[in-house]
Design a protein around this ligand. Structure first.
Ligand code: EPU
Length: 444
């Protein structure tokens, strides 16, 4: 999507949601693509910026749907927040006037729940709508709530909201049943203004957790162990604003790497952190791609059909769940049978039927997909059910024979900056077009 589209007002955004992506497969991707700042890193850091008195300047911020939603959440809290030039976001949380994050924003994006702890730590009270939807339910915020409760907050969950109240927060010990990235980030952030030491056991070690810790330390926080399974936070009285460069989006890098291999192309992917991309780079090499790693870039190329392999998603440094879908698209044209096991999100296979419509041979049962590689996919009309499903369909469409139309691209727009322009820059035949059927359906 272009930067111009992201600057549209909400009413315009609604019509952008009715666009579809037209792709004609077959072009081998070639050239250089620049990776944007990390979506997931950025969202957590924007919530963390609520702790600072003074202005925070974030650089390398992607202009994507989720970042714009988070800007709206910060504004709903009365915090000054604006993207002033492409990539530069200013947040001034010296004053936080509001204490409530409303449902219409939180339901759009689960990550907005992470403002609960920082607002509580600053104001003594916060009220945030529960991330809704039957796909999520109450379970996925239980670690967050448990951690904030352990820090001494009174929690009330009623009428679809979580209210947290505490005149002061106290350091504590928290054990996470699963190394949740979001809960680790949320508890670590909140604990920065608690009295005494907080230790998070079985913490997530994702690069986005490490980046958040680096950001909070720049603001004056005392944090040790981010990137390991035990994170220790020593509370301080106050944090200040800072100037921070966003880490690159490793999932975006992985998506372009998959697209390069699927089209038997040769792509230089710039703005990466080599150790952060290692889990999927090793898999790319396993399936026969040639990957050269440089200091801040990687070159990915493939001449032959990929080989089958097995994938099991795991918390970092395991294979990332966010690349499970694009890699499944890749394995759908591999030579041989691959088994993909999803260990993080049990329902992350909604793209399977769409790939089958493009000629893939995939059988899914529970958390496993068995993929019998076919020599080629054929273009078809498909629909993206979520962000990474959308990425998988784009990769599939680029490699498929003939024309594909992907609807539901609002999901892609949430997390991939300028995807159309970037793909065009690599030689792909891709365009945005109005989805007339969708328009009619909405107008009826
Ligand atoms: N979980 C719970 N209870 C909780 C929190 C998590 O049971 O309170 C479970 C989840 O249901 C899931 C597992 O723990 O089964 C891991 O979830 P995690 O909390 O790590 O995920 P998250 O923090 O909500 C972030 C990313 C996701 C990414 C995961 C895993 C953001 C905004 N989102 O989500 O990104 O898949 O970590 O790495 O940071 C994406 O970008 O497409 C995306 C979904």
């Amino acid at each position: 999507m272009s930067a111009r589209q992201h600057q549209r007002k909400d009413t315009d955004r609604r019509s952008a949601y009715l666009d579809k992506l037209l792709l004609t497969g077959g072009a081998q991707l070639r050239g250089t693509v620049e990776i944007s700042g990390s979506k997931n890193g950025c969202l957590a850091i924007m919530a963390g910026a609520l702790l600072g008195k003074g202005e925070t300047v974030l650089r390398g911020v992607p202009s994507i749907g989720d970042v714009h939603t988070m800007i709206d959440v910060l504004r709903a809290l009365g915090v000054k927040s604006a993207m002033e030039r492409p990539g530069i976001l200013r947040i001034d949380a010296t004053e936080i006037d509001g204490t409530e994050a409303p449902y219409e924003l939180v339901r759009r994006m689960r990550a907005s729940f992470s403002v609960l702890g920082p607002v509580l730590a600053r104001k003594g009270y916060a009220k945030v709508a529960m991330p809704g939807g039957c796909d999520i339910g109450a379970r996925p915020i239980d670690f967050h709530v448990k951690g904030i409760q352990a820090l001494g907050a009174m929690i009330n969950m009623d009428h679809g909201f979580v209210e947290a109240e505490a005149s002061s927060l106290m350091g504590t010990q928290v054990y996470l049943n699963f190394p949740s990235a979001g809960a680790t980030q949320h508890i670590m952030t909140t604990a920065c203004l608690a009295e005494g030491v907080t230790t998070i056991h079985n913490a997530a070690a994702e690069p986005e957790v490490v980046a958040l810790a680096r950001f909070l330390k720049q603001m004056g926080a005392r944090i040790e162990g981010a990137g390991t399974t035990t994170v220790r936070v020593e509370g301080v009285d106050e944090l200040h604003g800072t100037d921070f460069d966003m880490l690159p989006d490793r999932m975006e890098a992985g998506t372009y790497a998959v697209a390069a291999v699927m089209t038997r192309g040769d792509v230089r992917i710039e703005n990466i952190v080599p150790e952060d991309v290692e889990p999927f780079v090793l898999k790319l090499r396993e399936i026969g791609a040639v990957v050269d790693i440089h200091e801040h870039a990687m070159r990915v190329r493939a001449k032959e059909r990929p080989l089958a392999t097995d994938i099991m998603t795991m918390p970092h440094p395991g294979f990332p769940t966010d690349l499970q879908q694009p890699f499944a698209a890749l394995l759908s044209i591999a030579e041989g049978t691959s088994v993909v096991t999803e260990n993080v999100y049990e329902r992350r296979f909604k793209y399977v039927n769409e790939l089958v419509r493009m000629g893939a041979d995939i059988k899914q049962e529970g958390r496993t997909a068995i993929i019998n590689g076919v020599p080629k996919l054929t273009g078809a009309q498909t629909s993206a059910s979520d962000l990474r499903a959308g990425a998988a369909l784009v990769c599939a469409g680029l490699a498929a024979e003939g024309r594909s139309e992907i609807s539901g691209i609002e999901h892609i727009e949430r997390g991939y900056e300028n995807m159309i322009d970037k793909l065009k820059g690599l030689g792909a035949d891709v365009a945005l077009a109005p989805d007339e059927q969708e328009r009619e359906a909405v107008c009826v």
